[in-house]
Ligand binder design. Structure first.
Ligand code: SF4
Length: 363
């Protein structure tokens, strides 16, 4: 049976109040009605949270004192404490946020010509075990509540407020596997997409999965107009299983079937993320094999020159090899781009900031 948000919330420790940022507008309306308040107050609360971006219920001055107290009794408003904030020479900003239970998560702001993009985290740690990823080294600690994901975007927006800029796009590619925290991720999408909230357009939101196949079918059935990316990283089953143990449970041919189902259902193109690992998956024959794999798929391939991960043995692919790889794909008619690297001077690879912190914590 599907869980409702309130039942998920009651599973949490009694003493921990849910974040108000976890509430979708309709849920907030129902909650207000249940508590003897007018439902239009939900719109006013959204305005305080997402337009005026206040940090205390008592600042919501067009609500009655009783309602402000009621909200404070049932919800928390600020759930994230900024532990570290770093700015790279290229403008990339990395945040390490502390959660109410002391865990830390990473959020990244990337500056592009077309606007400001925020990369959010969906879990504390990750259990997927990709062999190139620092975020999975400590395993999964817990899922984030939708509000803890929303709060990352609000915090970054507040940092941008100082410069009169806004968050224009969101990518769900930070620490964690979003489809392993599916319901909260879906709520997050609805909240940031809402016109009365942060109003981030669906086409400016991207979600990425390592390939949890049943959830890909579920996601396809939602028919959202959101950009969808799959971490592929290999042209065949053997290499993919080596890089991503999830491939043993959810095999590449089945993954490609699920991706095709998504394309048929939504009419949308997908993106395949392909990290280049020196000597592992970056040879010309791999590019040929990759071109064959995606030959009839409505897709785009993002080649990602992978950063050296200190805890792992992978090395970077030389620049000339990256271009050769790209050329093979282009010659075969595949849409392909090489991802621009950002924040090189500030622990740019996924999970590195948090991994560094964790090491310091355990010293
Ligand atoms: S790459 Fe993503 S899915 Fe894979 S272990 Fe790291 S955080 Fe998890």
């Amino acid at each position: 049976m599907e869980q409702t948000k309130s039942s998920r919330q009651t599973e949490k420790k009694e003493s921990v109040k849910p974040s108000i940022y976890s509430m979708e507008l309709d849920e907030l309306k129902s909650w207000l009605k249940e508590h003897g308040e007018k439902s239009f107050r939900a719109g006013q609360i959204f305005d305080w949270l997402y337009i005026k971006r206040v940090t205390a219920f008592e600042d919501m001055t067009n609500l009655s004192k009783n309602l402000r107290e009621l909200l404070a009794e049932h919800f928390v408003l600020t759930t994230l404490k900024t532990a570290i904030q770093q700015t790279s020479q290229d403008g990339t900003m990395k945040f390490l946020f502390e959660l109410h239970d002391g865990y830390t998560i990473e959020t990244v702001l990337m500056k592009h010509e077309y606007g400001n993009s925020v990369c959010v985290t969906t879990q504390v740690g990750c259990r997927i075990g990709c062999t190139f990823c620092a975020s999975t080294l400590g395993g999964l600690k817990r899922n984030l509540e939708a509000g803890e994901i929303v709060a990352q975007v609000v915090k970054v927006q507040k940092a941008l407020d100082e410069f009169g800029e806004r968050v224009s796009s969101v990518v769900i590619m930070g620490i964690g596997e979003p489809f392993d925290n599916f319901d909260e991720m879906l709520s997050f999408l609805k909240i940031i997409n809402h016109d009365d909230g942060l109003n981030i357009g669906a086409r400016h939101i991207t979600v990425s999965t390592s390939g949890i196949i049943p959830k890909i079918y579920q996601f396809a059935d939602e028919k959202l107009q959101i950009n969808f990316a799959i971490s592929l990283h290999a042209p065949n089953t053997e290499i993919r299983s080596r890089l991503m143990p999830i491939n043993r449970a959810y095999k590449l041919p089945e993954l490609m079937k699920a991706v095709q189902y998504y394309i048929d259902k939504t009419g949308r193109r997908v993106s395949f993320e392909y990290g280049l690992f020196g000597g592992v998956n970056d040879q010309i024959e791999h590019a040929e094999e990759l071109a064959n794999l995606v030959k009839n798929v409505k897709c785009h391939i993002n080649l990602i020159p992978v950063n050296y991960v200190p805890e792992r043995d992978y090395v970077r692919t030389p620049k000339e090899q990256i271009f050769r790889f790209e050329k093979v794909l282009k010659n075969r008619g595949v849409n392909v781009t090489i991802r621009r690297e950002q924040g090189h001077d500030i622990d740019a690879a996924c999970g590195q900031l948090r991994a560094k912190e964790r090491k310091e914590e355990t010293r």
